[in-house]
Structure formats: structure tokens, C-alpha cells
Design a binder for this molecule. Structure first.
Ligand code: AHR
Length: 501
């Protein structure tokens, strides 16, 4: 098998935000997983866990989306500011019916972003909130002058405004965000977005419209038809991004399947469903191209990842699932797909960062461990803000156990990072077979190689007792050749190679 790499052909910029994350007020995603409060025995800084922040800094979180998800369209931001003891308690009706005490609100989220050194992506409430409420939130967060909301922010201890780089006008408004029709949502979007003022002209807020669920192409078309219009009076973007949500459920939405107890059939089914992201992006992009041929609007895949049955014995509303090598491959494939579509995909957010769905971190009270998916994000981080370069695989075999779920054995993406090195990320989807691959670099002599591999049994996962069971390791299964490098990639693995040319 051959992997052709042509550094002379640049195919676009890979926005760092493609490696973004998402944290919702859901289960132990925020409370316990990230925020424990200043009085906790768990070491923290301003209430935020030090161990979690330290681990997240290692993977360079570029942007974080908050507060939901479905939670966003019932979140009223004023409940989450001011002295904590006075904050309203509410029921988190979407997620487990537990009490939400609002102790983690706007100030705490911005503190988290500052500790992580990441951009803020706030999801506004269109489903059950008013235009005034949304507009005042923007004023509260970003206005530096004299105004009621800016004064309120100062009274609550924050003198300077914050930067909000991305703001979504509602979430899943075709479902939990108000059960709207596309034309109806698009009309609401036009109105709400008008009042998302850019107080900081040097760093305008990118406005994200609610996009489709999976393959609802009608939604994409109708929302763009109604809302993708430039008014001559608009100085900033009317719509800067359109979202897409897609989860991998190997056994379907209702059954989902176990996160850890699965067979090879389920493995290949999962791989083929992960690869389906490519088709979704192509099809939605084709519609976007009709309205926006210059690709001014970014596709924002702000929820993606695996969604399995919750761990036995845990609250079904908390969406806590284990994470195996299968999740690692889903992450590896999906991030490679995003890289390949970096001309249109401008941001993506894994669902969700800690303790929920395909998390990168799991906690259990004071304990913390990272998942196989975490290692993939760490191995891929050099793609952030790199340039996608031409690559292709020849001799790829289709593998699998069922005709409808055959998948290529290998899948790759290649970029050139700012330091001029070539970043190759290669996935071996076979559970059983390793492969020899000759990587050929056009017009380039490889001087040195560093490699990292993540490989294990398909069902392998980490536990608090054995946190390094699935762990990335140095890879030495390569040999520099006259025109590139030859490698032997083990079965069921994610590989990162950095080539110096
Ligand atoms: O990520 C969990 C949920 O999935 C989100 O709240 C919602 O937007 C989606 O349906």
C-alpha cells in the first residue's frame, strides 16, 4: 500500500477550532467533572479542578462551547450571576431532573476559558428566552462603556469585558430547542441575531445559526434560503456559521448498544457510521455552496462523537459511557475527515469534554483519568492551524463482515505545520491485520521521523485502577527510504508521524 504526500499542493487552512470541545450542564460534565467549588478538598483554582485543567492544557483546547446542548434553550443567564448563595435553583429537566444550583455561570465559564487559554463559544437561548435576554447577555459580557449590563458585570466583580468569539442563536431548534420548522427558525434567527451587537469591533462575534440534524438537507436549504441574506446595513456577518449535529450510534438511536461489550460486526458498523460524516459534510456543503460559493459561512459541527448506552448502574440522564479503542478510532477518523474538509468545516466540538458521551476525561470524585479519545486529540494537536496538504492512499482494501458496512482498511490526513514539518495521522480500521505502507513524499527527502501510536484490543479501555491501559506510545516501526518512509501500522490503531524534510 502506498501513501502519496505532496507538500507542493496546499489545500487549505485547518482552523484550530476544528479541535474544539463542548461542555453542557449535563450529568457530571460540569459539576464534579470541572467545577467543584472553592471549598472543595479537590485541588482547585477558583473552584475549577487543577487536575482536569492541567490535562486539558496538554491537548490545546482551542475553543469551548457552553452551556448546552438542549440545556442552552432553557438556560437563563441572569440566574447564574451574582453572589452564589443568592442564585436561583432550578430543575435540569432535560438531564436527569436534578437540581441545578447555577453555581457555575458566566463568570465561572469565562474563568475556565481563561485557565485553558481557549476561545469562548456561548450558545444562546432562542427556544425559551427573549431577544432582550440574549441581547443583554452580549452586553453584559462584551460591552466596555456605560450601560446597565456593563455596570452589573462590574458590580459582580469583573471590570473588563470578556471576548466572546462565537455565539450560537439557539441549539437543535428543530427538536429540543423549540420544535420549529426551518422557515420559522430562520425568521427567528434573522431577528435574534440583529441584537447580537458587536461592541468590540476589533474582535467581532461570529454568529452561528442552528443547522441540521444528520441528513436533514431540507433544513439546511430552507434555513439558508430564508436567512442567508446580506443586508446593506449589516457591517458584520449576518450568519457566520451553520451547525451540524451527528452522533455515531452503531445500533440506532433507540438501542444504541454497549460502549464496551461489542463484537467485530459492531466494530465495523461503528467505523462505517463514523465515515458517514464525510458524506454528510459533502452533501450539506454542496447546498451551502449554492448560497455561499465563496465559503464565507463556516460549517460548525458543534456536536459529534459516539453515543452508547450509559454505564450500567448510572443515571440514564447523565449520559456517562466508557470509552474504548473503538472511540479512539471514531475520533481519529472524524478528525481526519474534518481536516480534509477544512475549506468548509471551520469549527467542531466533541460531545462532550468531561464525563459525558465520548469524553476525553473521566472523573470519580477526587480521581481523574484520560480516555483513549484524549490520546487521539493529543496526537493530532499539531494539525491545529496547519495547512492541509495533498495526500492519497493507493491499494486500500475494503474490509468488514457485512456488505453494507464495509470500510477502507486505512484512512489518513496530512498537513504541514507552522514549523514546516509534515504531520501524518493514519488510522488502521482493521481489528486483526497490520499493514506495510510506503509513504512517498513528492520532492522531499525525509531527514527524521518521530512517531506516536495508540493501539490495543478493540474493547480495551482505561479504568481508575488501570488508567494507562490504553495509552499512546513512541512508535519505532518505520524506516526512512530514498523517497519517504516505510511503516508497519499495527491492527486497530491510530498513528501520528511527524516528518522533517
Ligand atoms: O450532547 C447531548 C445532547 O445531544 C445535547 O444536549 C443536544 O444538543 C443533543 O441532542
Amino acid at each position: 500500500m502506498k501513501l502519496y504526500i505532496n507538500p507542493n499542493i496546499r489545500k487549505g487552512h485547518i482552523n484550530a477550532e476544528i479541535y474544539g470541545h463542548f461542555s453542557e450542564h449535563l450529568g457530571r460534565g460540569i459539576y464534579e467533572g470541572i467545577y467543584v467549588g472553592e471549598d472543595s478538598d479537590i485541588p482547585n483554582t477558583n473552584g475549577i479542578r487543577n487536575d482536569v485543567v492541567e490535562a486539558l492544557k496538554e491537548i490545546n483546547v482551542p475553543v469551548l462551547r457552553w452551556p448546552g446542548g438542549c440545556f442552552a434553550d432553557e438556560y437563563h443567564w441572569k440566574d447564574g450571576i451574582g453572589p452564589r448563595e443568592n442564585r436561583k435553583k432550578m430543575i435540569n429537566t432535560h438531564w436527569g431532573g436534578v437540581v441545578e444550583d447555577n453555581s457555575f455561570g458566566t463568570h465561572e465559564f469565562m474563568e475556565l476559558c481563561s485557565q485553558l487559554g481557549c476561545k469562548a463559544y456561548i450558545n444562546g437561548n432562542l427556544g425559551s428566552g427573549t431577544v432582550q435576554e440574549m441581547s443583554e447577555w452580549i452586553e453584559y459580557m462584551t460591552f466596555d462603556g456605560v450601560s446597565p449590563m456593563a455596570e452589573l458585570r462590574r458590580k459582580n466583580g469583573r471590570k473588563e469585558p470578556w471576548n466572546v468569539d462565537y455565539f450560537a442563536v439557539g441549539n437543535e431548534n428543530w427538536g429540543c430547542g423549540g420544535n420549529m420548522l426551518p422557515e420559522q427558525y430562520a425568521m427567528e434567527f434573522r431577528r435574534y441575531q440583529t441584537y447580537i451587537r458587536n461592541y468590540n469591533h476589533a474582535r467581532p462575534i461570529a454568529k452561528i445559526a442552528c443547522g441540521a440534524n444528520v441528513d436533514d438537507y431540507e433544513w439546511t436549504r430552507k434555513v439558508l434560503e430564508t436567512a442567508y441574506k446580506h443586508s446593506p446595513y449589516e457591517f458584520h456577518g449576518f450568519m457566520d456559521g451553520l451547525s451540524l449535529h451527528y452522533y455515531v450510534h452503531p445500533e440506532g438511536w433507540l438501542i444504541k448498544g454497549s460502549a464496551t461489550d461489542f463484537d467485530e460486526k459492531a466494530w465495523y458498523k461503528t467505523m462505517s457510521k463514523a465515515l458517514y460524516m464525510d458524506k454528510l459534510i459533502r452533501n450539506h456543503s454542496a447546498i451551502m455552496d449554492e448560497y455561499d460559493p465563496d465559503k464565507r459561512i463556516g460549517m460548525v459541527v458543534d456536536e459529534w462523537g459516539t453515543w452508547f448506552n450509559v454505564e450500567p448502574g448510572t443515571n440514564p440522564g447523565f449520559l456517562y459511557q466508557q470509552s474504548t479503542m473503538r472511540d479512539a478510532l471514531v475520533a481519529g477518523i472524524t478528525l481526519n475527515i474534518f481536516n480534509k474538509h477544512c475549506d468548509r468545516v471551520k469549527m467542531a466540538n466533541l460531545a462532550q469534554m468531561v464525563n459525558v458521551l465520548q469524553a476525553v476525561i473521566h472523573t470519580d470524585k477526587e480521581k481523574m483519568m484520560v480516555t483513549p479519545t484524549y490520546h487521539v486529540f493529543r496526537m493530532y494537536k499539531k494539525h491545529q492551524d496547519a495547512e492541509l496538504i495533498e495526500s492519497s492512499l493507493s491499494g486500500v482494501e475494503m474490509i468488514g463482515l457485512e456488505d453494507e458496512h464495509m470500510v477502507p482498511n486505512l484512512f489518513e490526513s496530512v498537513s504541514m505545520s507552522k514549523d514546516g514539518r509534515i504531520q501524518v495521522t493514519l488510522n488502521n480500521l482493521s481489528v486483526t491485520d497490520s499493514y506495510n505502507v510506503e509513504a512517498v513524499v513528492v520532492d522531499g527527502k525525509v531527514k527524521s521521523v518521530t512517531g506516536t501510536i495508540l493501539t490495543n484490543d478493540m474493547r480495551a479501555y482505561n479504568t481508575f485502577d488501570n488508567p494507562n491501559n490504553v495509552c499512546s506510545k513512541e512508535f519505532d516501526g518505520y524506516k526512512i527510504t530514498d523517497n519517504g518512509v516505510s511503516i508497519n501500522i499495527p491492527a486497530c490503531s491510530v498513528l501520528h508521524l511527524e516528518l522533517e524534510i
